[in-house]
Design a binder for this molecule. Structure first.
Ligand SMILES: [Zn+2]
Length: 222
Protein backbone atom coordinates (compact mmCIF):
# COMPACT_ATOMS: atom_id res chain seq x y z
CA UNK A 1 0.00 0.00 0.00
CA UNK A 2 1.43 3.38 -0.91
CA UNK A 3 0.44 6.84 0.21
CA UNK A 4 2.02 10.27 0.06
CA UNK A 5 3.91 11.06 3.26
CA UNK A 6 4.46 14.52 4.77
CA UNK A 7 7.35 15.14 2.37
CA UNK A 8 5.08 14.44 -0.59
CA UNK A 9 6.73 11.12 -1.48
CA UNK A 10 4.65 8.11 -2.37
CA UNK A 11 5.08 5.35 0.15
CA UNK A 12 3.52 2.04 0.99
CA UNK A 13 0.74 2.30 3.57
CA UNK A 14 1.75 -0.81 5.47
CA UNK A 15 3.20 0.48 8.75
CA UNK A 16 6.93 0.06 9.39
CA UNK A 17 6.82 -2.62 12.02
CA UNK A 18 9.12 -5.28 13.29
CA UNK A 19 7.35 -8.60 13.23
CA UNK A 20 6.54 -9.32 16.84
CA UNK A 21 9.40 -11.31 18.33
CA UNK A 22 10.79 -11.84 14.80
CA UNK A 23 7.85 -14.13 14.05
CA UNK A 24 8.22 -15.63 10.57
CA UNK A 25 5.34 -15.25 8.15
CA UNK A 26 5.51 -17.38 5.04
CA UNK A 27 3.79 -19.91 2.83
CA UNK A 28 3.97 -23.63 3.52
CA UNK A 29 4.33 -24.29 -0.22
CA UNK A 30 6.62 -23.09 -2.99
CA UNK A 31 4.28 -23.48 -5.97
CA UNK A 32 1.77 -20.68 -5.77
CA UNK A 33 -1.06 -19.87 -8.14
CA UNK A 34 -2.53 -16.47 -8.83
CA UNK A 35 -5.84 -15.31 -10.25
CA UNK A 36 -6.33 -11.96 -11.98
CA UNK A 37 -9.86 -10.89 -11.06
CA UNK A 38 -9.82 -7.37 -12.46
CA UNK A 39 -7.79 -4.95 -14.56
CA UNK A 40 -7.74 -1.19 -14.90
CA UNK A 41 -8.68 0.13 -18.35
CA UNK A 42 -5.49 2.25 -18.42
CA UNK A 43 -3.72 -0.69 -20.05
CA UNK A 44 -4.89 -3.34 -22.52
CA UNK A 45 -5.79 -6.57 -20.65
CA UNK A 46 -2.85 -8.52 -22.09
CA UNK A 47 -0.39 -5.78 -21.13
CA UNK A 48 -1.80 -5.62 -17.57
CA UNK A 49 -1.43 -9.40 -17.27
CA UNK A 50 2.12 -9.35 -18.63
CA UNK A 51 3.24 -6.68 -16.14
CA UNK A 52 1.82 -8.80 -13.28
CA UNK A 53 3.47 -11.94 -14.67
CA UNK A 54 6.83 -10.18 -14.98
CA UNK A 55 6.57 -8.95 -11.37
CA UNK A 56 6.09 -12.56 -10.20
CA UNK A 57 9.00 -13.71 -12.39
CA UNK A 58 11.33 -11.22 -10.69
CA UNK A 59 10.75 -13.11 -7.40
CA UNK A 60 10.95 -16.50 -9.12
CA UNK A 61 14.41 -15.52 -10.39
CA UNK A 62 15.80 -14.98 -6.87
CA UNK A 63 14.08 -17.58 -4.68
CA UNK A 64 12.94 -21.20 -4.77
CA UNK A 65 9.38 -20.25 -5.72
CA UNK A 66 7.18 -20.87 -8.73
CA UNK A 67 4.09 -18.93 -9.74
CA UNK A 68 1.42 -19.96 -12.19
CA UNK A 69 -1.68 -18.20 -13.37
CA UNK A 70 -4.93 -19.98 -12.64
CA UNK A 71 -8.44 -19.36 -13.95
CA UNK A 72 -10.30 -20.45 -10.86
CA UNK A 73 -10.55 -17.82 -8.15
CA UNK A 74 -11.49 -20.31 -5.43
CA UNK A 75 -8.37 -22.42 -6.08
CA UNK A 76 -5.89 -19.54 -6.33
CA UNK A 77 -3.43 -18.78 -3.54
CA UNK A 78 -3.16 -15.14 -4.58
CA UNK A 79 -6.12 -13.13 -5.85
CA UNK A 80 -5.40 -9.86 -7.66
CA UNK A 81 -8.28 -7.41 -7.81
CA UNK A 82 -8.90 -3.77 -8.55
CA UNK A 83 -10.91 -1.40 -6.42
CA UNK A 84 -11.91 2.18 -5.94
CA UNK A 85 -12.90 4.44 -3.08
CA UNK A 86 -13.35 3.91 0.62
CA UNK A 87 -14.90 0.48 0.47
CA UNK A 88 -11.61 -0.79 -1.01
CA UNK A 89 -9.56 1.38 1.39
CA UNK A 90 -8.51 3.69 -1.43
CA UNK A 91 -8.54 7.45 -1.60
CA UNK A 92 -8.71 8.63 -5.20
CA UNK A 93 -5.74 9.46 -7.44
CA UNK A 94 -2.37 9.62 -5.67
CA UNK A 95 -2.15 8.53 -2.06
CA UNK A 96 -2.72 4.81 -1.66
CA UNK A 97 -1.83 2.95 -4.84
CA UNK A 98 -2.29 -0.68 -3.87
CA UNK A 99 -2.26 -2.98 -0.88
CA UNK A 100 -1.72 -6.63 -0.03
CA UNK A 101 -1.92 -8.99 2.92
CA UNK A 102 0.98 -10.81 4.57
CA UNK A 103 0.64 -14.53 5.37
CA UNK A 104 -0.83 -14.77 8.90
CA UNK A 105 1.39 -17.67 10.00
CA UNK A 106 4.73 -19.38 9.31
CA UNK A 107 3.18 -22.16 7.21
CA UNK A 108 0.22 -20.58 5.46
CA UNK A 109 -1.71 -22.47 2.82
CA UNK A 110 -4.81 -20.37 2.22
CA UNK A 111 -5.59 -17.40 0.01
CA UNK A 112 -4.34 -13.79 0.13
CA UNK A 113 -5.65 -10.70 -1.63
CA UNK A 114 -3.84 -7.88 -3.43
CA UNK A 115 -5.71 -4.82 -4.70
CA UNK A 116 -4.83 -1.98 -7.10
CA UNK A 117 -6.50 1.43 -7.04
CA UNK A 118 -8.13 2.17 -10.40
CA UNK A 119 -8.08 5.89 -9.61
CA UNK A 120 -4.33 5.77 -10.43
CA UNK A 121 -3.06 5.99 -13.97
CA UNK A 122 -1.12 2.77 -14.49
CA UNK A 123 1.77 2.76 -16.94
CA UNK A 124 4.49 0.44 -18.22
CA UNK A 125 7.38 2.81 -19.04
CA UNK A 126 9.12 5.29 -16.69
CA UNK A 127 8.98 7.98 -19.40
CA UNK A 128 5.17 8.13 -19.19
CA UNK A 129 3.31 10.13 -16.55
CA UNK A 130 1.67 7.77 -14.05
CA UNK A 131 2.50 4.88 -11.73
CA UNK A 132 4.47 1.85 -12.94
CA UNK A 133 2.28 -1.22 -12.48
CA UNK A 134 5.16 -3.70 -12.41
CA UNK A 135 7.06 -1.82 -9.67
CA UNK A 136 4.04 -1.63 -7.37
CA UNK A 137 3.03 -5.25 -8.13
CA UNK A 138 6.54 -6.52 -7.34
CA UNK A 139 6.53 -4.66 -3.99
CA UNK A 140 3.08 -5.97 -3.04
CA UNK A 141 4.06 -9.53 -4.03
CA UNK A 142 6.92 -9.15 -1.54
CA UNK A 143 4.33 -8.58 1.21
CA UNK A 144 2.22 -11.52 -0.02
CA UNK A 145 5.34 -13.69 0.29
CA UNK A 146 5.90 -12.59 3.88
CA UNK A 147 8.29 -9.64 3.70
CA UNK A 148 7.62 -6.55 5.75
CA UNK A 149 9.25 -3.23 4.94
CA UNK A 150 12.97 -2.79 4.53
CA UNK A 151 14.74 0.10 6.23
CA UNK A 152 17.31 0.12 3.40
CA UNK A 153 16.90 2.92 0.87
CA UNK A 154 16.93 1.49 -2.62
CA UNK A 155 15.42 -1.86 -1.63
CA UNK A 156 12.25 -2.97 -3.44
CA UNK A 157 10.65 -3.47 -0.03
CA UNK A 158 11.47 0.07 1.09
CA UNK A 159 8.12 1.74 1.82
CA UNK A 160 8.85 4.45 -0.77
CA UNK A 161 7.72 4.12 -4.39
CA UNK A 162 10.66 4.37 -6.79
CA UNK A 163 10.11 4.31 -10.53
CA UNK A 164 13.60 2.89 -11.03
CA UNK A 165 13.13 -0.18 -8.81
CA UNK A 166 11.01 -2.96 -10.27
CA UNK A 167 12.71 -6.04 -8.87
CA UNK A 168 14.16 -7.47 -5.64
CA UNK A 169 17.52 -5.83 -4.95
CA UNK A 170 20.84 -7.22 -3.70
CA UNK A 171 20.52 -4.94 -0.71
CA UNK A 172 18.15 -6.69 1.60
CA UNK A 173 15.32 -8.08 -0.58
CA UNK A 174 17.15 -11.07 -2.07
CA UNK A 175 18.77 -12.29 1.15
CA UNK A 176 15.49 -11.93 3.03
CA UNK A 177 13.42 -13.90 0.52
CA UNK A 178 16.09 -16.63 0.29
CA UNK A 179 16.06 -16.92 4.05
CA UNK A 180 12.36 -17.77 3.85
CA UNK A 181 12.26 -20.01 0.77
CA UNK A 182 15.82 -20.87 -0.29
CA UNK A 183 17.71 -20.14 -3.52
CA UNK A 184 16.18 -20.58 -6.99
CA UNK A 185 17.19 -23.67 -8.92
CA UNK A 186 19.36 -23.37 -12.02
CA UNK A 187 16.71 -24.53 -14.50
CA UNK A 188 14.26 -21.89 -13.33
CA UNK A 189 16.83 -19.14 -13.85
CA UNK A 190 17.76 -20.40 -17.33
CA UNK A 191 14.11 -20.70 -18.32
CA UNK A 192 13.35 -17.17 -17.08
CA UNK A 193 16.33 -15.72 -18.93
CA UNK A 194 15.14 -17.31 -22.18
CA UNK A 195 11.62 -15.96 -21.65
CA UNK A 196 12.99 -12.48 -20.90
CA UNK A 197 15.12 -12.50 -24.06
CA UNK A 198 12.18 -13.52 -26.24
CA UNK A 199 10.04 -10.78 -24.74
CA UNK A 200 12.73 -8.17 -25.35
CA UNK A 201 13.00 -9.21 -29.01
CA UNK A 202 9.21 -8.95 -29.38
CA UNK A 203 9.20 -5.52 -27.72
CA UNK A 204 12.00 -4.30 -29.97
CA UNK A 205 10.08 -5.48 -33.05
CA UNK A 206 6.93 -3.68 -31.85
CA UNK A 207 8.95 -0.49 -31.30
CA UNK A 208 10.45 -0.73 -34.80
CA UNK A 209 7.01 -1.29 -36.31
CA UNK A 210 5.45 1.67 -34.55
CA UNK A 211 8.44 3.86 -35.52
CA UNK A 212 8.01 2.80 -39.15
CA UNK A 213 4.30 3.56 -38.97
CA UNK A 214 5.03 7.04 -37.60
CA UNK A 215 7.54 7.65 -40.39
CA UNK A 216 4.99 6.48 -42.92
CA UNK A 217 2.32 8.76 -41.50
CA UNK A 218 4.77 11.67 -41.52
CA UNK A 219 5.47 11.27 -45.23
CA UNK A 220 1.84 10.97 -46.21
CA UNK A 221 0.95 14.29 -44.60
CA UNK A 222 3.64 16.25 -46.44
ZN1 LIG B 1 4.75 -2.02 1.43
Amino acid sequence: MFFRDLDGNLRCGLPDFNLEGGRVKKWAIKDLSYFIGGRDVDLPDNVWDLEIQEAFEEWEAVADLRFSRCNNKEEAHIVIEIGEGEESHFDGAGGTLAWAYLPPSDSYNGQLLMKFDIAEFWITAPSQPGILLKNVAAHEIGHILGLNHSDQDGALMSPHYDKNIAEPQEIDDISRIQELYGNPNKETIECLLKKKKKREIRREKRREKSAQRKEGNGESTK
